[in-house]
Design a protein around this ligand. Structure first.
Ligand code: 5AD
Ligand code: SF4
Length: 460
């Protein structure tokens, strides 16, 4: 009989990918994913450390699991609790101190060791297992084939970061940059396509810094995108998250040459002020960012951008914040993630003078979000009447309804025959809501390959 594993994932898409891979690694031991936390034999919390709130959420979540574990123990059932991901890496010992009922703590580079740790505990070893090793090579070499069979799949190609933005914990929790070998990634992309993936999102904390080894020399992200686009069945490619200084000309050219590459790019800027960017150690200016946007639009005129902003970084003046507001209005980002600065222990910005009060941070966030929401709303409204290819990959709220993604990542809901799940369908947009769109099917041709890939290099 299979054993249940309940996985709770916090944070970014890389964590979603890691959670899936942890399920893959435990599958040969008889573990199957379950939605029912009470009956699970293993509860796994995959954590995020990027902002303070995320770590606090972990402890409140763990309190709940502790009660489930105790109730199961009274009924004679063993429940293991595992904490994985970036909080585990950064605060492993602290987790065991604050929550001694946690059985396993593993960092993001060690989850291939989960089977061994679980085995020890189920054999009766009492001590908590902790592994915070830091070498990503070992992990990727030892993982089984990617078992995901979803229409829109994630594929991690790169981990870690050498940029050291002064606010960010990633270089400390995920370590230095590591790019997976080119062929290993292609093999995984083939497996995903065979499992039904129509879309692949290539993931990395600094995905466009990718420089993977191949038989001869190294390959950049542009090379990788071109190779993935050749895989039969793969009709959409995305990549995230990028740093402006790694937007090479070759990568920008891929936006012109590869029709499978979606016309939507997440390119974090963090601030609209050069002095702030300098204090953040971002290695780029606003002018450089603007010139990249121009080049991208020359390569693909329908390309639109999303970004990240941080407000209330130490020392942020009203003037610097106004520059951010003006920049946000000007570029017209169609989606944005904006955050209040959160001091992360061990990062240089945490001890900078001029920490901003919560009140000011909240005011600035509200002002910025107003601008950003207006941009998003304007773009969504302008989509009414357009026809988009939509990849349907979720059930809708109502029966007969499916939800998919437009090329611009907007969720689109429409009445679609159930067999269209996993297909790319032409949908005319008829309504716009705050984040999502409503649409009507124009045509559902079962053979997607004929519909969207021929002629191969012609763009609709
Ligand atoms: N405080 C607030 N936001 C942060 N981010 C990263 N570190 C912090 C921090 N200390 C944001 C950045 C990044 C996104 C993933 O999270 O905008 O691009
Ligand atoms: Fe963090 Fe900056 Fe690296 Fe992005 S580029 S992961 S924000 S240090």
């Amino acid at each position: 009989m299979s054993k249940g594993i309940y996985i709770k994932t916090f944070g970014c898409q890389m964590n979603v990918y890691d959670s899936q891979r942890m399920a893959d690694v435990l599958k040969p031991m008889g573990y199957a994913a379950t939605e029912a936390v009470d009956g699970a034999e293993l509860i796994l919390v995959n954590t995020c450390h990027i902002r303070e709130k995320a770590a606090e959420k972990l402890f409140s979540e763990l309190g709940r699991y502790r009660q489930i574990k105790a109730a199961n123990a009274q009924a004679g059932r063993l429940t293991l609790i595992a904490v994985t991901g970036c909080v585990a890496q950064a605060e492993g010992e602290e987790i065991l101190r604050r929550a001694p009922y946690v059985d396993i703590v593993v960092g993001p580079q060690s989850y291939h060791r989960l089977p061994e740790m679980v085995t020890r505990l189920t054999r009766g070893e009492r001590t908590s297992q902790i592994d915070l090793d830091f070498a990503p090579e070992a992990k990727f070499d030892q993982l089984p084939a990617n078992g995901s069979n979803v229409p829109a799949a994630f594929l991690t190609i790169q981990e870690g970061c050498d940029k050291f933005c002064t606010f960010c914990v990633v270089p400390y929790t995920r370590g230095g940059e590591y790019s997976r070998p080119f062929d290993a990634i292609l093999a995984e992309a083939h497996t995903l396509a065979a499992g039904g993936a129509r879309e692949i999102t290539l993931l990395g904390q600094n995905v466009n810094a990718y420089h993977g080894t191949r038989d001869y020399g190294t390959a950049g992200l542009g090379d990788l995108i071109r190779a993935v686009a050749e895989i039969p069945g793969i009709e959409r490619i995305r990549y995230t998250t990028s740093h402006p200084i790694d937007m090479s000309d070759d990568l920008i050219a891929a936006h012109a040459d590869v029709p499978e590459l979606m016309p939507f790019l997440h390119l974090p800027v963090q601030s609209g002020s050069d002095t702030m960017l300098q204090r953040m150690n971002r290695h780029h200016t606003i002018d450089l960012y603007r010139s990249i946007v121009e080049k991208l639009k020359r390569a693909r005129s329908d390309l639109r951008l999303s970004t990240d902003f941080i407000v209330g970084f130490p020392g942020e003046t009203d003037r610097e914040f106004d520059d951010t507001l003006a920049f946000a209005r000007d570029i017209g980002f169609i989606q944005t993630y904006s955050f209040k600065y959160s001091a992360r222990p061990g990062t240089p910005a945490a001890i900078l003078p001029g920490q901003i009060s919560e009140t000011v941070k909240s005011e600035r966030l509200a002002a910025l979000q107003q601008v950003l929401e207006a941009n998003q709303h304007e773009f969504n409204e302008a989509c009414i009447g357009r026809t988009f290819p939509v990849l349907f990959d979720r059930q809708g709220k109502f029966s007969g309804q499916l939800i998919g993604r437009s090329p611009y990542m907007q969720p689109v809901h429409a009445e679609v025959p159930a067999q269209a799940f996993g297909d790319i369908v032409d949908v005319r947009i008829v309504s716009a809501h705050t984040v999502s769109l409503g649409g009507e099917i124009v045509a559902h041709l079962p053979s997607r390959a004929d519909q969207y890939s021929t002629p191969r290099r012609a763009r609709a």
